[in-house]
Design a protein around this ligand. Sequence first.
Ligand SMILES: [Fe+2]
Length: 440
Amino acid sequence: MRLTFKNSYAFTARKRASAHIFGDDLRISKAIGDFKENRPLAQKTVYTLYNGAIGSILSPPAAGPADRFRGGIEGPIALPVAPCPSPWESPMPVSDCELTRMFEHVLTLSRVDGTQSVAVLKSHYSNPRVVKAAMEASQRLGARVYGVELPSFNHPMAMGNDMTAYCGDTALTGNHAAQRALEAADLVIDTMLLLHSPEQEQILKTGTRILLAVEPPEVLARLLPSLADKERVLAAAERLKTARSIRVRSAAGTDFTARLGQYPTVTEYGFADEPGRWDHWPSGFLFSWPDEGSAEGTLVLDVGEMLLPFKSYVRDRITLEVEDGFVRRIHGGFDAEYLRDYMAYFRDPEVYGISHIGWGLQPRAQWTAMGLHDRNDGMCMDARAFYGNFLFSTGPNTEVGGSRKTPCHMDIAMRRCDVLLDGDPVVLAGDVVAPQGSRA
Ligand SMILES: [Fe+2]
């Protein structure tokens, strides 16, 4: 379905999508399909297109390049539109056959065979194509496969649809029977997202492996993991494991240091091939955590850095001042104000702790990809994994035995940084320079 506007602004609703409508004089003048209407629209208002009808107006965007477009919200509208496929039925560039074949590849790398049992964890928001492909690929490899479906869960404090925006409780919390069912499997394929939950850690402790797969098929295909990905990440991990300090610099003004060694090095290469291993398809990066209280300095988020779970690019510089392991001050323009307000919402001093820090090694992950996807498409692993990024985060560190249990977790990906371990560069100006085995 394509809607064309009088002033030539247009968008394509390929599936359920939020459409930001811009313009000084917006009026639908032409539409294809059954959508016929000619009426003024509220300026810069967000509409959500549902299957067969336009739903209610949600809200004006929180931010935009031109306040002059900020218009009032008109009441809910209901216009006839051509039937639109549901989000998971919409045309995708990856066929079901190809998706199943990719799962066979990743599950083979994850050592699934006829001796294994595989549980596919899902909820109502899981992509049914991904669930189906996971089930079929497991069967084709001879594994005994079963599904575990949990009801939806939403914490009252959670904002937005990104599942990483609220850490801690999940639909599995307190559901001991379902947890036992998952612990009984050799591998859990998580299409729901247990990340950062104590239940996930408990499952892993039993030796069960977990493979998270929540990105859309196009991303799964582009970032299909390989043994070469693992080798590169492990080569870098050997260096990070022995490092006792990290320093990060940038031309924009970042100068950040931390001691290392208190917490382990964690690798993500896209498949779960060892007992008790958690991994995420797609991935391709590594990280550790600063020793408690040791992170110091200034992190300057330049234009173009990526903020998750906002899934936004920084438009004006944000400066974070870090002391004793915590972000103490956030200043800059609108983006700084937004970040400051978001973190303050949780009313928890722990949200300001520096959490995992590391760098990206996945050359197929793209800095630009986030701009080409809807916010609700997935987690935007491109941002976390792109080659030569510096990825740092704030908030919880309980998954490695730390004491900070807090629901707010920001992942922030930076470009063009120098990353030095014990004074030796591993990344220079956003390019991976060492160890040699980690370079693409
Ligand atoms: Fe994170």
